[in-house]
Design a protein around this ligand. Structure first.
Ligand code: ZN
Length: 421
């Protein structure tokens, strides 16, 4: 499916820094990029409650990674999926009496509109499951052939017992795995499975449910984890540089997906080089959740007349790995911060721009740190495991000193996605 229009992305004069990233699986800081190619897979939405601030936090965080990698001169390839057929989507469609395809299409369109408004760089491939069932079927057939999958009636499950490295992504104890599996879409009670944790790869056709031709698997629909594995393998190739998503995807989704990929990418090398996970966003004292009805939508804030740059600044003020609680006060604070930055841009215009300052600096600007030093500081903050909060503070200090140099204004756009002019 198509993604959304590409915002203008200015290129800074000198090449930026390659970021050190903290890998969820190993806890180590490292640069996962090999040979200048950065391949990013970010798990997309299940389109039935987009786009709340929890989603926006995740996609803006990976947008920062995308921007920082590009600034460092890397060739970025970015793939994101849409889980446009899955149990929660079908349940919501049933409850509301809307055709599931219509619900998905409407929600995906809303997501695109929100991402465009937020100036998130679009993925190179934006792929729905519905249009990729052949890839999933082929991946599951290969898992069966590798002895890593088995049938239970008309369904196919992964055999986790075949993967000696299972557990290395989340590093959770068995009790926590069982709890998360049950809470996050798993079916531990299903009879006939070898292990309660074994995840579904292919769900055989059921009356009243959508289904696709599954070749040797029989008619049915894809399981969730294999979907991302199959898309990552096909569109990016293995190993993937970074796989990412919200922290609630660490287990079971990314643990299971990696386990599947090990059989599609045999050998000692792990199929994913590094994992980045974003914190969860709470509101009114608890995690944003559709069942609790405490969702704050990007589209709702925009309809209320909130400046989209202030929304982006609220999100960037938190380190991507942090779980935090959204408050209206924080949005107000971001609005004031945006006001200070814009005032510093207006001051730049009033002095005739940064180029004029270089030749004949006015008295007020004489104390100003050179723009290149500010840009360097911004890059250093972001290279430090994408410390966006520190990067915003660098700009705060520069704006407090006086007019912002033109190259700083450009860097704010290129690195933070905030257009001030
Ligand atoms: Zn995924």
């Amino acid at each position: 499916m198509h993604s959304w229009p590409h915002p203008h992305l200015p290129v800074l004069t000198e090449t930026g820094l390659r970021p050190q990233l903290q890998d969820t699986a190993t806890g180590r800081r490292f640069d996962p990029v090999v040979a200048g190619a950065a391949h990013l897979y970010v798990c997309g939405i299940t389109p039935y409650d987009s786009t709340h601030l929890g989603h926006a936090f995740t996609y803006v965080a990976f947008d920062t990674l995308n921007r920082v990698w590009r600034d460092a001169g890397l060739e970025v390839r970015y793939v994101q999926n849409v889980t446009d057929v899955d149990d929660p989507l079908l349940e919501r469609a049933e409850q509301t009496g809307v055709d599931w395809r219509e619900l998905a299409a409407d929600q995906v369109q809303l997501f695109r509109t929100d991402m465009q408004a937020l100036r998130v760089l679009p993925p190179e491939h934006y792929i729905g499951v519905v249009e990729s069932t052949d890839l999933v079927v082929s991946a599951v057939e290969r898992l069966v052939a590798a002895g890593a999958a088995y049938r239970v009636d008309q369904d196919v499950y992964a055999d986790l017992g075949a993967d000696s490295r299972f557990g290395s992504v989340s590093n959770l104890d068995p009790e926590t795995m069982s709890r998360f599996f049950a809470e996050r879409g798993g079916d531990p009670e299903r009879e006939g499975k070898k292990d309660p944790l074994d995840p579904l790869l292919w769900r055989g056709r059921r009356a009243g449910e959508p289904w696709w031709d599954g070749a040797s698997l029989g008619p049915g629909r894809p399981g969730w984890h294999i979907e991302c594995g199959a898309l990552a393998e096909h569109y990016l190739g293995l190993p993937v540089t970074v796989e990412g998503g919200g922290a609630d995807l660490i287990f079971p989704h990314h643990e299971m997906g990696t386990s599947h990929l090990r059989f599609l990418h045999p050998g000692d090398e792990e199929p994913i080089r590094g994992y980045l996970h974003t914190g969860l966003v709470a509101y009114q004292g608890t995690k944003m959740s559709k069942s609790l009805g405490n969702l704050v939508f990007v589209s709702g804030l925009l309809a209320d007349g909130v400046d989209v740059r202030a929304i982006r600044m609220v999100l960037l003020a938190h380190h991507y790995s942090e779980s935090w609680e959204y408050t209206d006060a924080e949005l107000d604070e971001a609005g004031r911060r945006l006001g200070r930055w814009r005032a510093a841009v207006d001051a730049t215009a009033a002095t005739g721009g940064a180029h004029a300052q270089e030749t004949s600096p006015p008295a007020a600007a004489a104390q100003t740190t050179p723009g290149s030093a500010v840009v360097q500081e911004m890059r250093e903050a972001l290279a430090n495991n994408l410390d966006t909060a520190a990067c915003l503070e660098v700009v705060d200090r520069a704006a407090a000193r006086g007019p912002l140099a033109a190259e700083v204004i450009t860097a704010i756009d290129a690195l933070l996605g905030i257009e001030l002019t």
